[in-house]
Ligand binder design. Structure first.
Ligand SMILES: Nc1ncnc2c1ncn2[C@@H]1O[C@H](COP(=O)(O)OP(=O)(O)OP(=O)(O)O)[C@@H](O)[C@H]1O
Ligand SMILES: Nc1nc2c(ncn2[C@@H]2O[C@H](COP(=O)(O)O)[C@@H](O)[C@H]2O)c(=O)[nH]1
Length: 197
């Protein structure tokens, strides 16, 4: 299907992907659409089913995977996560820039498809700062936090491999990281805005 190129945002848990993405969507109403993933993890306070995630059981999700409903899926920190074909189609049908928030395993699987997104990695300035951000967010048990930090170490190494990401943004200063993200997406944003005027 032709239309604006999707955007894959990846990077360690706690690096700031959701923070940057929410701001981008708020500042550009009618330009971006979020690909709502499925997950077997429990909702956090304030998260809405169907908006932040489709919260589901492992059994139901495995059935969906078997049926071929997902373009990618991965086990992360003890839970299943996945992008359904429908999640992407819903956004693309509206001619919006589809934003996917996926881990590094998702990035690798999406590269085997014909989605052709812009791959952006959001990285924290250091492991110490990442740990502080995750602890301050107060969403994780100690066990989950340790699993996320372990996954983060792997993510930070893999993101340095040439050719995996089109751009790596270090989210140290939020304003600067946001400006960098907007700059990268400027052409696609303009295309959507022009198509609507
Ligand atoms: N540049 C920044 N400086 C300080 N704090 C930040 C910055 N960016 C994000 N944060 C804070 O760090 C925490 C983690 O950010 P966020 O939830 O956006 O990360 P994430 O990458 O989406 O994580 P996850 O993958 O687990 O959903 C949040 O509490 C957020 O407010
Ligand atoms: N491979 C996929 N990874 C996903 C998907 N949706 C989210 N994620 C990643 O999971 C971790 C944890 O997210 P959290 O909301 O529990 O903090 C994070 O790295 C996300 O990028 C998906 O559909 N596929």
């Amino acid at each position: 299907m032709s239309g604006p190129r999707p955007v894959v945002l990846s990077g360690p848990s706690g690096a700031g992907k959701s923070t940057l993405m929410k701001r981008l969507m708020k500042d550009h109403e009618g330009v971006f659409g979020f690909s709502v993933s499925h997950t077997t993890r429990n909702p956090r306070p304030g998260e809405e089913n169907g908006k932040d995630y489709h919260f589901t059981s492992r059994e139901a999700m495995q059935e969906g995977i078997q049926r071929g409903d997902f373009i990618e899926n991965a086990e992360f920190s003890g839970n299943l996560y996945g992008t359904s074909k429908a999640a992407i189609e819903d956004v693309q049908a509206k001619n919006l820039i589809c934003i996917l928030d996926v881990d590094i395993q998702g990035v690798r699987r999406i590269k085997e498809t014909n989605l052709n997104p812009i791959y952006i990695s959001i990285q924290p300035p250091s492991m110490e700062i990442l740990e502080k951000r995750l602890r301050d967010r107060q969403t994780e048990s100690e066990e989950s936090l340790q699993k996320r930090l372990e996954a983060a170490r792997i993510d930070m190494e893999l993101s340095k491999e040439p050719g995996v990401f089109d751009v790596v943004i270090i989210n140290d200063d939020l304003e600067r990281a946001y400006e960098e993200l907007k700059e990268i997406l400027n052409d696609e944003i303009q295309k959507v805005q022009e198509s609507k005027s």
